[in-house]
Design a protein around this ligand. Structure first.
Ligand code: BES
Ligand code: MN
Ligand code: ZN
Length: 503
């Protein structure tokens, strides 16, 4: 996507749509009044007060995400103005701007516009110029994202090809623009990986795309094959992959932004099941196609690594991605099997559909062995977290209070929501086994918690957080700000966390 900054006057920007923002504030007596940004004020003036008129009529209130399109009939250079609401003025933050930009860009993309100008600037004590620029660009690129690689469409050639961003000072803001672009492009890279069909995005292809990205962004890349996994004793990954004809891969990417010293840096671990049939404990056919998204944790980690490599924070980060398919076949692993994970612990299999924790157990053991800390894992781990938190919040399980706070803060800055979940020892009762060190599944009640308790067995005393993104990484219906499919959740929070830890 081509994005250019411009210092042209609002009324001179030649484009298919000019996006401006309007908020509102209370004026007493339960009434509210529209508040115009400076570009909106200019547009209103040159169009003889049409915006004020629409607002005075109550047709447009400036509620968050509200949209209004006005054709300019040649009176300014832009063919139309898209007004987007920012909601209550006091509540406007940078993520509000990002969200509004996302909605407006999604709409512009939807109606087939090609060249779109962003003029959503907003001044208040919570937002500076630099943040406003980054947020607008980020939102515009996220909102206009589409995945149409496999479609012959009658709308070919339609869709946004260029964004123009209205700024007052060129040089200073160029960096913020590029930062917004970096974050959104990394998120969209993750979305592409998730949206790819499982016949295309096999474990081998995922490793290929990871190494291609690593090459482009100058990251170190190492891919472990089955033989190496056997040498290392990765019994979880080797068991889950057994039913599949596709070879498993263990992807390692390294970013070095700080001296090695005693601090090895942090580990980002992503679940990379490229298709989850459930295996011998096979899933129902309904919506099984969505299980192509069972590698969203891996995708988020790869997206984050791409942005980290581009932004270069002073910190070391290692990405660890176990990837394979979970298939039923004559060679598949069985309920009843006892596996030995890389760190030596044995685990009794009760349901082959609880495969994520097994491949993660090996990856977490590997991270601990490498001395990486903290360890953050992202996984579409349980249906239980979807029941608990829906598609809005990601479940956050963490064995360290400070790390919990840091992730919540990073999520807040990135505009992604996390909800702290328990790891109390009482839950471990459910994963006791009669014949192995632990049982693989604790049954239906508190299934997200018991899954996290299993992961906890493999991190020892290392600081660790587990993000269960089963509900937030994929949406099965369109939203006003994004199309159906992958969301890219986690990417921006992980980048924010890495940047904050570097500072
Ligand atoms: N990949 C699924 C979890 C999932 C469910 C992701 C819905 C996205 C949307 C995971 O491998 C799984 O099957 N979990 C089972 C575990 C159970 C069999 C113990 C679950 O949570 O139902
Ligand atoms: Mn499963
Ligand atoms: Zn799964």
């Amino acid at each position: 996507m081509n994005i250019q900054a411009t210092t042209q006057a609002v009324q001179d920007i030649d484009c298919d749509a000019l996006i401006v923002a309007v908020a509102h504030h209370a004026i007493g007596g339960g009434k509210q009044e529209a508040l115009f940004s400076s570009p909106a004020t200019t547009v209103d003036r040159v169009l003889d007060g049409v915006l004020r008129n629409v607002c005075a009529d109550g047709e447009f209130k400036g509620d968050l995400g509200e949209l209004l399109t006005i054709h300019t009939m040649g009176r300014i250079a832009a063919k139309r103005v898209i007004v987007v609401g920012l909601g209550t003025q006091e509540k406007i933050r940078t993520h509000t701007l990002c969200f509004a930009s996302q909605i407006a860009a999604h709409h512009a993309q939807d109606i087939g516009l090609h060249q779109v100008a962003l003029a959503l600037e907003w001044d208040n004590k919570h937002i500076n110029n630099v943040q406003a620029v980054q947020a607008q660009v980020e939102g515009a690129l996220l909102g206009s994202y589409t995945f149409r690689r496999y479609q012959h469409s009658d709308r070919k050639g339609r869709g946004i090809g260029q964004f123009l961003l209205l700024v007052d000072k060129m040089d200073e803001l160029e960096q913020a623009l590029r930062r917004g672009q970096t974050l959104a492009e990394a998120t969209n890279f993750a979305r592409d990986l998730v949206n790819e069909p499982p016949n295309v995005l096999t474990p081998y292809e995922l490793a290929h795309r990871a190494s291609a990205m690593a090459k482009q962004f100058a990251l170190e890349c190492e891919i472990l094959d089955r033989k190496k996994m056997e040498e290392l004793g990765m019994g979880g990954l080797l068991a889950v992959t057994r039913g599949s004809a596709e070879p498993p891969q263990f992807i390692i990417l390294r970013y070095r932004g700080a001296d090695q010293g005693s601090d090895k840096g942090m580990a980002l671990v992503g679940k990379g099941i490229t298709f989850d049939t459930g295996g011998i404990s096979i899933k129902p056919a309904d919506a099984m196609d969505e299980m192509k998204g069972d590698m969203a944790g891996a995708a988020a980690v790869l997206g984050a690594m791409q942005a980290i490599a581009a932004l270069r924070p002073a910190i070391n980060v290692t990405a660890l991605i176990p990837t394979c398919e979970n298939m039923p076949s004559g060679t598949a692993y069985h309920p009843g099997d006892i596996l030995r994970i890389m760190n030596g612990k044995t685990i009794e299999i009760v349901n082959t559909d609880a495969e994520g924790r097994l491949i993660l157990a090996d990856a977490l053991s590997y991270a601990v062995q490498q001395g990486l800390s903290p360890i953050i894992d992202l996984a579409t781990l349980t249906g239980g977290v979807v029941v608990a938190l829906g598609h809005i919040m990601t479940g956050l399980f963490c064995n360290n209070e400070q790390l919990t706070k840091d992730i919540l803060t990073a999520g807040e800055a990135a505009g992604e929501k996390f909800w702290p979940m328990p790891l109390d020892e009482e839950y471990a009762e459910q994963i006791k086994s009669d014949i192995a060190d632990i049982k693989q599944s604790g049954g239906r009640v508190a299934s997200s918690v018991t899954a996290a308790k299993i992961l906890e067995q493999f991190v020892g005393n290392t600081q660790w957080a587990h993000l269960d993104i089963a509900g937030t990484s994929y949406v099965d219906s369109v939203r006003p700000y994004q199309e159906k499919g992958a969301t890219g959740v986690g990417v921006r929070t992980l980048v924010e966390l890495a940047v904050q830890r570097a500072n």
